[in-house]
Design a protein around this ligand. Structure first.
Ligand SMILES: [Zn+2]
Length: 195
C-alpha cells in the first residue's frame, strides 16, 4: 500500500524559477499557482512554496490536491512541505546544518496545517492574510484555530509575516467562489457552498 500525492501535470511540466528574491515576489508566485490550480480543476484555490529563506532558492512548490488525490490531508502546505522534505531527503527542514527554510502560503493555515508547519522544521511562515476571508468568501472550514496561533508558532521559533499581497490573494478566492467549484469540506453533507 502506497499513498501518493502528485503535482498536477501543468505544474510538473513547468520550468520553475530557481530563486525568487523578495517576499512579495515569492507570494506573487504562490498566488498565481493558487489561481491556476482551481482554474485547471486540479484542486482547491491554495498553493504554497518552500524557499531557503536567505537566498530565495526555491526548494518546492505545491498546490492543494485533496480531491484529485483522494486525500483530505493534501492541503497545499502538507503537499509542499512533503515535496520539500522528499527533495532534501529529510523529515526536518530545520535540521543540523540546514539553511533556514521558509514556507509561503496564499492564506493562513487551517488547524491541520498549523501543525504541519510546526512539525516541518520551517522557521518562517509568510501568508497573504489571516482574517475570515477564506471561510466567508469560499465556505471552506479552516477548523478551530487557537486564538493566538501566530504566538504559538513564534513560541516555537517560527516567525510569521502576515498581509503580504492581501488583495491579490482575496481576489483569487472571489474568483473561486464565482466559478461554482466544489468546496470539499469533510462530512460533505454539511459542507457550505458559497455565493
Ligand atoms: Zn490546511
Amino acid at each position: 500500500m502506497v499513498v501518493e500525492i502528485s503535482l498536477p501535470d501543468w505544474l510538473s511540466a513547468e520550468t520553475l524559477p530557481t530563486h525568487i528574491e523578495s517576499i512579495e515576489d515569492r507570494m506573487r508566485f504562490v498566488i498565481a499557482l493558487s489561481r491556476r490550480n482551481f482554474e485547471n480543476a486540479t484542486g482547491g484555490p491554495f498553493a504554497a512554496a518552500v524557499f531557503e529563506e536567505a537566498t530565495g532558492k526555491l526548494v518546492a512548490a505545491g498546490v492543494n490536491r485533496v480531491m484529485p488525490c483522494h486525500c483530505s490531508s493534501a492541503h497545499a502546505e502538507v503537499t509542499t512541505l512533503s515535496f520539500a522534505q522528499k527533495r532534501l531527503g529529510t523529515h526536518d527542514l530545520g535540521g543540523t546544518g540546514m539553511p533556514a527554510h521558509q514556507i509561503v502560503v496564499n492564506w493562513r493555515p487551517c488547524t491541520m496545517c498549523m501543525g504541519a508547519v510546526i512539525w516541518s522544521g520551517a522557521t518562517s511562515l509568510v501568508i497573504a492574510g489571516s482574517d475570515d476571508s477564506v471561510e466567508r468568501i469560499t465556505g471552506f472550514d479552516e477548523g478551530p484555530m487557537p486564538h493566538d496561533w501566530q504566538g504559538e508558532l513564534e513560541k516555537r521559533g517560527i516567525r510569521v509575516t502576515d498581509n503580504v499581497l492581501y488583495d491579490e490573494a482575496v481576489a483569487v478566492f472571489h474568483a473561486f467562489a464565482a466559478s461554482g467549484a466544489v468546496v470539499y469540506n469533510g462530512r460533505g453533507g454539511g459542507a457550505k457552498t458559497s455565493g
